[in-house]
Design a protein around this ligand. Structure first.
Ligand SMILES: [Zn+2]
Length: 145
């Protein structure tokens, strides 16, 4: 399985999981790769390594930060992720099952999110089902509970 760092024309970063590099190229050419945040299909592949982080890794924020931080890249990212979470249904550990049901028309097509193991993701990819991984900021996860 290939985990690629992708970015749309609007600068949303996300990970795409593909069966292979060729699978990614084929799906990209067919317009099947879209941003999970804004559905943009102008996707570019970022260099896989090393990650170009400016500055050192920060510990997760304890609480939603002050309004002054709203314009920081981190705040914008949190807002984008929040949007995705608002638009998708959390199916938790049933993610692989639900994704498969939708793929085979046994369940209504909709945006879902949840947890999948690497093995489950691999199986979905083998069946031709696209899987994306969004890094959810830890601070955001906490505020949702
Ligand atoms: Zn986007």
């Amino acid at each position: 399985m290939k985990v690629l760092n992708l970015q749309c024309a609007h600068g949303h970063g996300f990970e795409g999981w593909f069966a292979s590099n060729e699978a990614f190229e084929t799906q990209l050419a067919g317009g099947l790769v879209s941003c999970p945040i804004c559905a943009d299909t102008a996707i570019t592949k970022l260099l896989a390594a090393p990650r170009l982080n400016l500055g050192s890794p920060k510990p997760p924020a304890e609480a939603p930060s002050a309004p002054a931080a709203e314009s920081s890249p981190e705040a914008r990212w949190m807002r984008a992720v929040r949007e995705v979470m608002a638009k998708t249904e959390d199916v938790g550990e049933r993610f692989a099952d639900e994704a498969r049901k939708m793929h085979y028309g046994e369940a209504e097509e909709r945006g879902i999110r949840g947890q999948a193991t690497r093995e489950e993701a691999q199986t979905l990819l083998d069946e031709g089902i696209a899987v994306f991984s969004l890094p959810i900021p830890p601070a955001l996860k906490e505020t949702l509970q």
